[in-house]
Write a protein that binds this ligand. Structure first.
Ligand SMILES: Cc1cc2nc3c(=O)[nH]c(=O)nc-3n(C[C@H](O)[C@H](O)[C@H](O)COP(=O)(O)OP(=O)(O)OC[C@H]3O[C@@H](n4cnc5c(N)ncnc54)[C@H](O)[C@@H]3O)c2cc1C
Length: 454
């Protein structure tokens, strides 16, 4: 009798893990897939688990299909859904933007359909627990769950998403705004300080406002830059970039500026130029020497982020109104210290162009600076994989070192039977964290696994 082949584990069931599992179903039969999620809610992840209807996708609905070869899949799903949530769909001159919660329902519906189709085969198994270790075992791995159970698997995919800071308890300092009800129990009129002024700060401000906190919300970041707003775009041809431009950051920036000027002269928005880079962003990033990549991360990244990751127009309008009304104050400066004080914290910062340190008494301080390096993340699994030499951080500490085929690289080279995708690939691929990127990666990872197993 032939032994049942060992399953493949997919660790994390946000968008990345859910899509890898769905692609694997079509490619590795009769082998089973263990889809493991520690958060209790499958197919949502940090981005699409929000219950706040004002949290909108920052990508147009037309670009949010889960499948690279079916571009209208999400838009068709939107058109076919039951009536009742029209308020979560916003038609704007820049395109249609929907709430992230609604998008979570779309991804969950794909998983539900697959579960129903596979009900008899038991090939798609949901495991509601945290994976805390993967131990090499007879050519595969022993997967260890926080609850103590273990499974033998042929290989595993790390789809663990954004590595978030650890939230110890609900006190005046909120390290991880996605992990707790930070907008409750606030005293009206006493400032809340948000560290950061990007899309996470925007989420936080919207949530505070929706919870009827009267303000003020003071956002502090080094440059005080806010994400820009989506607008109507016309396709712009991808710029031809010479070899020299590709390897040098100043050259690239100069070239980009001249392209934006040319577009402007033709009556085309800078947004179209930024969007035209999407197919070559990977090649541009990988073409930069390590020192130039570091330079980009240190100096150009905030500018890139605000142009590339834009707010949906309804969100942009709300943020503009908050600023005009004094509800939201965005300040440029460097935080010097955050000290616990009676009923809150004292935040000292040096304004960007000022000499004097200023202090703000805040009832709550919310960290909205984004994700942390793998070794600082609240992930025993990543920690153990790195200690065991099965994985190692990429050269910038943004995620893990991966091959172009998404195989995890450890101290001894490629680690057989281990893959990763999504935000963990940031240092290697740079722009790889949005749905239009991840949907391609998920299909490629499944393809790679099928080849590995054949
Ligand atoms: C707030 C926010 C808004 C965003 N908005 C957009 C947008 O509008 N459009 C867009 O294209 N992209 C957006 N993104 C980018 C987003 O990162 C991707 O679209 C996508 O959701 C990433 O999915 P993921 O599955 O890789 O990560 P995540 O969504 O972070 O999911 C990872 C999952 O893994 C689980 N997990 C982690 N470790 C373990 C473990 N050891 N064991 C078991 N489970 C584990 C976590 O609980 C989590 O559910 C947004 C991101 C954020 C954070």
């Amino acid at each position: 009798m032939r032994a049942t082949p060992l399953p493949i584990a997919v660790i994390g069931a946000g968008f990345s893990g859910t899509m890898v599992a769905l692609h694997l179903l079509a490619r590795i039969g009769p082998r089973a897939i263990l889809l493991c999620e520690r958060g209790g809610r499958f197919a949502h992840g940090a981005a699409y688990g929000t219950g706040e209807p004002g949290h909108l996708l920052n990508v147009r609905a037309a670009n949010m299909s889960a499948y690279p070869d079916r571009p209208d899949h999400f838009v068709d799903w939107l058109a076919m859904r039951e009536p009742g949530d029209e308020a979560q769909v916003h038609e704007t001159p820049a395109g249609t933007f929907v709430s992230r919660g609604l998008y979570g329902r779309y991804v969950a519906s794909l998983l539900q359909t697959a579960l129903a189709e596979e009900a008899g085969s038991h090939r798609l198994i949901l495991v509601g627990d945290e994976v805390v270790d993967l131990l090499p075992d007879d050519g595969g791995y022993r997967l260890v769950l926080a609850g103590g159970r273990q499974h033998r698997v042929a290989g595993a995919v790390l789809a663990m998403g954004n590595r978030l800071p650890v939230q110890v308890e609900l006190g005046p300092y909120i390290a991880n705004p996605w992990s707790c009800a930070f907008a409750t129990g606030l005293r009206q009129g006493e400032p809340v300080v948000v560290v950061g002024s990007g899309l996470t700060m925007v989420d936080v401000a919207l949530q505070l406002h929706a919870a009827r906190f009267s303000g003020p919300v003071v956002a502090i970041s080094r440059r005080g830059l806010l994400p820009l707003i989506h607008g109507a775009t016309t396709p712009w041809p991808r710029p031809a970039l010479s070899g020299e431009a590709r390897g040098s950051l100043p050259w690239l920036l100069r070239r980009l500026r001249s392209e934006v000027e040319a577009a402007g002269a033709a009556g085309v928005s800078w947004r179209s130029v930024v969007d035209s880079l999407r197919p070559i962003t990977l090649a541009l990033w990988q073409g930069l020497p390590a020192a130039e990549q570091r330079r980009f991360l240190r100096h150009a990244r905030p500018w890139w982020d605000i142009h590339r990751h834009r707010m949906a127009p309804p969100v942009g309008q709300q943020i503009a109104a908050m600023i005009a009304g004094g509800y939201l104050q965005v300040r440029a400066g460097r935080i010097q210290s955050v000290e616990t004080a009676p009923d809150g914290a004292s935040v000292s910062y040096r304004p960007r162009n000022g000499r004097e340190v200023e202090a703000i008494r805040a009832q709550r301080v919310i960290n909205a600076t984004g994700t942390v390096a793998p070794e600082q993340a609240s992930s025993p699994l990543l920690e153990r994989l790195i200690i065991a030499g099965l994985a190692r951080p990429d050269r910038h500490g943004l995620g893990l070192q991966l091959t172009d085929g998404f195989a995890v690289v450890g101290e001894g080279g490629v680690t057989p039977g281990l893959w990763a995708l999504g935000p963990l690939g940031r240092g290697v691929f740079w722009e790889c964290t949005a749905v239009p990127d991840i949907r391609n990666q998920a299909a490629q990872v499944a393809e790679g696994i099928a080849t590995f197993l054949s």
